[in-house]
Write a protein that binds this ligand. Structure first.
Ligand SMILES: [Zn+2]
Length: 97
């Protein structure tokens, strides 16, 4: 399993988490709430639209993870500060059962 669904108190699916190999942690595509992505419903080879961008600072230096998930493949945009910037990687198995 590559995606894990997240639920709210009424058991609606609010988003899907996945392991980001670039950041080595989980990111979430939300499908309910203020900021949402469209999901094609394919759990094995998911496509979310539009891209996901996270910005943070590490030792005062701006960091960026900017990716698009299409048909189960993560494309890291060239503005990412990660070492796999510009690469396309397969989605990993989700780390939590
Ligand atoms: Zn990331």
């Amino acid at each position: 399993m590559k995606l894990k669904s997240l639920h709210n108190n009424e058991s609606f699916v609010v988003g899907y988490s996945f392991q980001c190999p670039g950041c080595d942690c989980l990111h979430i595509f939300y499908v309910r709430g203020n900021v949402t992505w469209t999901f094609d419903g394919n759990i094995e080879l998911p496509t979310f639209d539009p891209s996901l961008r996270l910005d943070w600072k590490e030792d005062d230096k701006p960091q960026c993870c900017h990716l698009t998930l299409t048909k189960g493949k993560i494309k890291y945009h060239s503005d990412s500060t990660l070492k796999m910037s510009g690469q396309i990687l397969d989605l990993l198995d989700h780390p939590s059962p």
